[in-house]
Design a protein around this ligand. Structure first.
Ligand code: PLP
Length: 400
């Protein structure tokens, strides 16, 4: 019998790790690899937030805290939910965790039993299905298509729901597609959910502030107040505030669920880093002025990448509403052969050949559950993006 747990054997190793390792290997060998696979902004954490952390250290706020967050941060989350979405929450309805990832994981650990199904639209953030598996549940993947710009339709959601469905995981703007649901598109989904009172909604609003061209972000509990009692609204400071390393995420929802999540956290990580929590208080309560100039840069980069990728014969790239990813289809390149003789028979083959033969690292679509595509993160400089897209253009033109 294996020493390792049976649960772990159900979980796939991250498919992105192989690509990252390969890119690192080539870089170490002196190759000029451009990485378009990072899931984090290239901006620094704003100074006021760093200052708040330094002040917290100086004031000795360096000890254990309450398991799911200091009162000041919970209060800041309540104020944010009211300010941005008109939603009322009390601190007892808020859980702070070590990154958005841990809050999602805590919620799944706190609720899933064997046989419970979790509906996940594809393409999805790589961690959702594996977190569900680790928590003992069954992921049910609902595939979207490029025709709807990777947004789940009401019919697709309806078809995925069964009597065993416990959660529907919703993510807008999305990683990996950048797709953001309009108020109307989200209302169509919440109407379906109203008909299935046993299904809870876990909404991952991590990319809320990274929205472009006047796109109006909205979250399910705001669109459909009748769902408030079965919605867990998850968010965090990692992306909008360029705080990926600080590890602070939060969730707001029903008191009993939050208490159960607290139990999971108190027996695993005890509490999120005290200093980071004080920095997050400043992120949420302090100036939001840097968001607009950052977003201007992201829009410029998105437009550059979408334009250059769409110039390629065989690639089709929708313009997404938010986040910092695009998810082009390579359906028109399938079956072609690279100069070094690799047949492009999958998006994984495409991504590996692009890295080996053109020195550009992207993540292949199979990792996100919808093929044949690849994900580009445009959270890097305009120069690097221009050069990378030129290389992708050259590589695709060389296929026969
Ligand atoms: N949710 C989505 C959709 C993400 O893309 C990420 C990070 O890549 C997370 C959650 C996790 O964020 P954090 O770094 O706060 O754990």
């Amino acid at each position: 019998m294996s020493f390792l747990s049976a649960t772990l054997s159900r979980v796939k190793p991250s498919p992105t790790i192989a690509m990252t390792a390969k890119a690192a290997e080539l870089k170490a060998a002196g190759r000029d690899v451009i990485g378009l696979s990072a899931g984090e902004p290239d901006f620094d954490t704003p100074q006021n937030i760093k200052d708040a952390a330094v002040a917290a250290i100086a004031a000795g706020k360096t000890k254990y805290t309450a398991p799911d967050g200091i009162p000041e941060l919970k209060q800041a989350v309540c104020a944010k939910m009211k300010r941005d979405h008109g939603l009322e929450y009390t601190p007892a309805q808020v859980s702070v965790g070590t990154g958005g990832k841990q809050t999602l994981y805590n919620a799944l650990m706190a609720t899933l039993n064997e046989g419970d199904e979790v509906v996940i639209p594809a393409p999805y953030w790589v961690s959702y299905p594996d977190m569900v598996l680790l928590a003992g549940g069954t992921p049910v993947v609902a595939e979207t298509s490029i025709q709807t710009n990777f947004k789940l339709t009401a019919d697709q959601l309806e078809a995925a729901i069964t009597p065993k469905t416990k959660w529907f995981i919703f993510n807008s703007p999305s990683n990996p597609t950048g797709a953001g649901y309009s108020r109307e598109e989200l209302k169509e989904l919440t109407d379906v959910l109203l008909r299935h009172p046993h299904v809870w909604i876990m909404t991952d609003d991590m990319y809320e502030h990274l929205a472009y061209d006047g796109f109006e972000f909205c979250t399910p509990a705001q669109i459909e107040p009748q769902l408030y009692d079965r919605t867990l609204t998850c968010n965090g400071v990692s992306k909008a505030y360029a705080m990926t390393g600080w590890r602070i995420g939060y969730a707001a929802g029903p008191v009993e669920l939050i208490a159960a999540m607290r139990k999971v956290q108190s027996q695993s990580t005890s509490n999120p880093c005290s200093v980071s929590q004080w920095a997050a208080v400043e992120a949420l309560n302090g100036t939001q002025d840097f968001l607009a100039p950052n977003n201007e840069k992201f829009v410029r980069r998105r437009d550059l990448v979408v334009r250059m990728l769409n110039e390629i014969d065989g690639i089709s790239c929708p313009t997404p509403e938010g986040a910092f990813y695009v998810y082009p289809s390579i359906a028109g390149l399938m079956g072609k052969t690279t100069p070094q003789g690799t047949v492009i028979d999958s998006d994984e083959a495409f991504a590996i050949a692009l890295l080996e033969e053109a020195d550009v690292a992207v993540v292949f679509g199979a990792a996100f559950g919808l093929s044949p595509n690849f994900r580009v993160s445009y959270a890097t400089s305009d120069e690097a993006l221009k050069e990378a897209c030129t290389r992708i253009q050259r590589f695709c033109a060389s296929l026969t």
